[in-house]
Design a protein around this ligand. Structure first.
Ligand code: VGL
Ligand code: ZN
Length: 248
């Protein structure tokens, strides 16, 4: 073997080992995010659209926020944030709540008025460890009393479309949350909150569909839903789409 061949062989080996190293570190460096969906007064006991058992998950979610069960690098809380007379309100169509009508050309369950922008019902549950801000911004970052940074993403502000998903509305308009996750380099996303059969399921499914390389997990123990049948169906759908179900 001449000197030139030897040199080229050595440099190939060096290059290969360097790329293997970067590959390995890229694989092991996980950035974990927690998405807490719609844990707002209107979806809790006494609220306009109370989800059974919502009270049971508050302290669990606080434990998650404080990193006592698992460390998260990024924490996001979504907030349903409707203007008055939103198209998903039964009152806007003069029908009874829970009637299925149409909105934006698709079937839409008409809900009681809920989570109206800047109303009491739109606030996070009083026991949740998030310092929320007033104002009309659709997203902002805040710090809670324990010094944990939380990014708040509001959704459902277009009266023409509902937005169960925290990532995009039924008209296909993105909220910007996926961009935020990507900018933070998130590789693993855990989703929990209210309600499993609506906003939690829709958000987890959109996260996986919009970015199939994300590892998405649904935290069943930190979520509650409206109807048992719809919850079971939604969990099955999540599983089929490659979302991991964490029972406890
Ligand atoms: C939700 C119904 C209407 C939810 C929001 O957060 O699951 N459900 N708007
Ligand atoms: Zn809503």
């Amino acid at each position: 073997m001449n000197k030139k061949t030897l040199l080229s062989l050595l440099s190939t080996l060096l290059f290969a080992s360097l790329s293997l190293n970067t590959l390995a570190s890229a694989e092991t460096k996980k950035i974990r995010a927690l998405l807490i969906v719609d844990v707002q007064k209107d979806f809790c006991e006494g609220g306009a659209l109370a989800v059974p058992g919502a009270e049971d998950i508050i302290s669990t979610i606080n434990t998650l926020i404080e990193g006592k069960m698992r460390h998260y690098d990024v924490i996001i809380a979504s907030q349903d944030w409707h203007p008055p007379h939103h198209g998903s309100f039964a009152s806007s169509h003069h029908v009874d709540p829970f009637v299925v009508g149409t909105l934006g050309g698709r079937p839409q369950t008409m809900w009681p008025d809920h989570c109206m922008q800047n109303s009491k019902g739109a606030e996070f549950h009083a026991g949740l460890h998030i310092n929320e801000k007033t104002g009309s911004k659709l997203s902002y970052t805040t710090t809670n009393s324990k010094g944990v940074r939380i990014h708040v993403q509001r959704k459902g502000s277009n009266p023409e479309y509902d937005s169960y998903s925290a990532f995009k509305d039924d008209g296909g308009k993105e909220t910007g949350l996926m961009k935020y996750l990507m900018a933070q380099g998130v590789t693993d996303l855990d989703v929990c909150g209210l309600a499993t059969d609506y906003c939690v399921g829709a958000s987890a499914l959109d996260a996986k569909t919009m970015n199939p390389t994300l590892t998405v997990r649904f935290l069943e123990y930190a979520s509650r839903g409206i109807s048992l049948e719809a919850i079971a169906k939604k969990i099955e759908e999540m599983q089929e789409k490659g979302i991991l179900i964490v029972k406890e």
